[in-house]
Structures are given as structure tokens and as C-alpha cells.
Ligand binder design. Structure first.
Ligand SMILES: C[S@@+](CC[C@H](N)C(=O)[O-])C[C@H]1O[C@@H](n2cnc3c(N)ncnc32)[C@H](O)[C@@H]1O
Length: 156
């Protein structure tokens, strides 16, 4: 049977932070994630029990997953979904050349230590934002999502 939808519509994304430290950052990221169209949010390790910066109470609108560790998150990835690490490192693809997977889970690093190499090695894609120094984690996530929206916009 011929499908009734376009291939570009076979898409969704989640976004999360690995071992986050600052609730304020997480809350800010969740708010952007909800507004910019994320279908789910997550943390890997660390704690988060809500923050006033998440004025949308995003956890009440889309699923919020709390994974115990990287393996737990990796093994729980939705079917046919690519894990995209965001990190400023030598071998990461500059965002201007980056093609977002249709189904993606974006993984950001902790405010202090970023993403460990062993985690980056297991991600399917690695992307970097412009600049010689690291951006704030929630700012990075928002830029990534904005880029995704612009590149994957579905035309009628
Ligand atoms: C504040 S940064 C961590 C910086 C860490 N102290 C370091 O120097 O490696 C927090 C997270 O934001 C994201 N991030 C910050 N700047 C980035 C950039 N230029 N490109 C991609 N991701 C970035 C990464 O996920 C990073 O792990």
C-alpha cells in the first residue's frame, strides 16, 4: 500500500543532559525543548525534581525519562533513532555541515566536565557549535534544536 505521508514526516527528537549539575540549566533547557518541538526529554544520572525556570512544567506535557546511566539510556533509545552527541572537540562535525537524523536523541554534557570520551565514542553522530570556548549547556541545546527546525522543516 502506498504510504499517505512524506518521509520527512517520519521524525521526532528527544534531548537530554548527561549527569547534569545545575537545576536552573535543566529547567531552562526543558522550556526551550518543549517550545521548539521536542517529543521527550531526559537526564542520564544526576537529579532533577523541577525548577522555576521551566515555566512550562515540561515534564507534565511530554515524557521525562530519568536514566540510571549511559547504558540504560542507550538501551532505551526509541527504534531507529540516532544518538547525537554535542561537544566541542576536534573530530566533531561543524553544525553548518551537519545533517540532523530524522529521529534523533541529542545528548549534552555536564556543566563542569562535558561528555566523557567513552560516551562520545558510543554516540552515532557528533556535532559542534561555532566558537573556541564552550557555551552554556542549555544555550547549546537551544541552538541545536533551532538548527534542526530550520533544516528539517516540512513543506506542504
Ligand atoms: C559548559 S559545556 C561543558 C564544558 C566542559 N567544561 C569542557 O570544557 O569540556 C556543557 C555542554 O554544553 C555543550 N556545548 C557547549 N559548547 C558547545 C559547542 N561549542 N559545541 C557543541 N556542544 C557544546 C556540550 O554538550 C557540553 O558538554
Amino acid at each position: 500500500m502506498k504510504k499517505q505521508w512524506k518521509t520527512e514526516e517520519e521524525q521526532f527528537f528527544g534531548i537530554g543532559i548527561y549527569q547534569p549539575k545545575t537545576s536552573h540549566n535543566i529547567g531552562t533547557l526543558w522550556r526551550s525543548a518543549y517550545i521548539l518541538g521536542a517529543q521527550y526529554i531526559f537526564i542520564v544520572g544526576g537529579k532533577y525534581n523541577g525548577q522555576t525556570s521551566d515555566t512550562m512544567k515540561t515534564w507534565s506535557r511530554i515524557p521525562f525519562y530519568k536514566y540510571d546511566d549511559f547504558d540504560h539510556m542507550y538501551n532505551s533509545l526509541p527504534h531507529a533513532t540516532q544518538l547525537v552527541a554535542a561537544e566541542l572537540c576536534e573530530n566533531s562535525t561543524p553544525i553548518r555541515n551537519f545533517a540532523h537524523p530524522l529521529r534523533a536523541a541529542y545528548l549534552l554534557g555536564a556543566e563542569d566536565n562535558g561528555l566523557p570520551e567513552k560516551v562520545i565514542d558510543r554516540c552515532h553522530k557528533l556535532v559542534q557549535l561555532p566558537g573556541k570556548s564552550s557555551l552554556n549547556v542549555s544555550v547549546s541545546g537551544s541552538i541545536l534544536m533551532f538548527d534542526r527546525i530550520n533544516k528539517l522543516e516540512i513543506e506542504d
